[in-house]
Ligand binder design. Structure first.
Ligand SMILES: Nc1nc2c(ncn2[C@@H]2O[C@H](COP(=O)(O)OP(=O)(O)OP(=O)(O)O)[C@@H](O)[C@H]2O)c(=O)[nH]1
Length: 325
């Protein structure tokens, strides 16, 4: 983004040209971002939101506020901007808790900006009140652009933390979650179970139905797990066709029952449709309790239990052995 030229020019007064050009130069910057190729659906939606805002602001400033013509102040295209922000957040996948507050703050700024522009268009330029309103409008206009930049950073962070295929968070988020849950386990004595889960004979799915069908299986499984579990349970893609579940409040024995119900539901009906009909899959899982031992050790114990489930015939859930410490 270009540097701001905030120095007033000789012919300018406090409220006119330089302030206007500052906002407009930032708007031009925003518009210039539009020529860059969109990197994903979320950045594309955010780019559109910023473009709608920039076009509206320029028009209202030039024709309405600056020329003191209230009739030329177009209504804020709030619904269109809101729609694009929602699209951007939705495209970013699940677990986007950080984003709605940023969206809300941005819409509030836009509402305030709209009021200021209307007030300016109806106020005599020479009045002190007009100058103060211009000052506020410039601050707010820049804040809105900063708000879009903040959303862009938050969307990029969200994208980086999530697996693009399933939309699930990955290993870094899992590690963070387990650290948080472990401190609750040791401070409050609340149990927490960790489940390592894997699609059985997934290589055969790829080999027989193609990689794209394999991808659809993973996506459908991720969706099914996310919708079956409670909102505060964690579902993470650990790698390949392996997933990890974090079930706070569940003992390892309870987790075995929860995951076994899920296993049965998965085995009972086809997970995806193919050209030759419904495709059934089965899963195996290993369960370990999150305790004060090292997190890596807990994951190893869950993985060992998963290995046992595979070795004992697959399509089953196994609890870690007492000897796994
Ligand atoms: N379609 C698709 N396949 C993947 C992805 N990630 C890993 N795989 C495939 O998953 C398969 C895993 O194979 P294996 O590790 O042999 O496991 P499996 O066939 O499920 O056998 P068991 O786990 O022993 O039941 C490999 O063929 C990988 O190529 C992915 O994102 N999409």
């Amino acid at each position: 983004m270009r540097a701001l030229a905030l120095m007033p020019t000789a012919e300018s007064s406090a409220w006119s040209a330089p302030h206007l050009s500052v906002i407009e130069s930032r708007c031009d910057d925003a518009a210039s971002l539009a020529v860059q190729p969109p990197s994903s659906a979320d950045t594309e939606a955010l780019r559109l939101a910023r473009q709608i805002y920039a076009a509206w602001l320029q028009r209202c400033l030039r024709l309405g506020a600056y020329r003191q013509n209230p009739g030329a102040v177009a209504a804020l295209p709030r619904a269109a901007i809101e729609h694009q922000l929602d699209q951007a957040i939705e495209a970013c996948g699940p677990d986007t808790a950080d984003l709605p507050p940023l969206r809300e703050a941005q819409l509030q700024r836009l509402d305030e900006l709209c009021l200021l522009i209307n007030a300016l268009a109806a106020t005599d330029k020479q009045q002190l009140r007009a100058m103060q309103t211009w000052d506020r409008l410039i601050d707010l206009g820049l804040d809105v652009l900063q708000g879009f930049a903040d959303l862009e950073v938050a969307l990029a962070a969200q994208r980086a933390a999530h697996d693009p295929l399933t939309g699930l968070p990955g290993r870094a988020a899992l590690q963070q979650r387990l650290q948080g849950e472990q401190s609750l386990v040791s401070r409050q004595g609340r149990p927490c179970a960790v489940v390592m889960l894997d699609v059985d004979h997934f290589k055969c799915v790829n080999d027989q139905h193609g990689h794209q069908t394999g991808d659809r299986v993973l996506t459908a499984l991720a969706r099914l797990m996310r919708s079956t579990l409670r909102p505060y349970d964690g579902v993470y893609r650990y790698g390949g066709e392996e997933f990890v579940l974090v079930l706070p409040g569940a003992t390892a024995a309870q987790a075995v029952r929860i995951v076994d119900r899920m296993r049965q539901a998965i085995a009972q009906r086809p997970l995806v449709q193919t050209q030759t009909g419904g495709l059934h899959i089965s899963i195996s899982a290993g369960v370990a309790a999150l305790t004060d031992r090292a997190i890596a050790q807990t994951l190893r114990c869950a993985d060992l239990a998963l290995y046992n489930a595979k070795a004992e015939g697959r399509d089953q859930v196994r609890l870690e052995r007492g000897t796994c410490r």
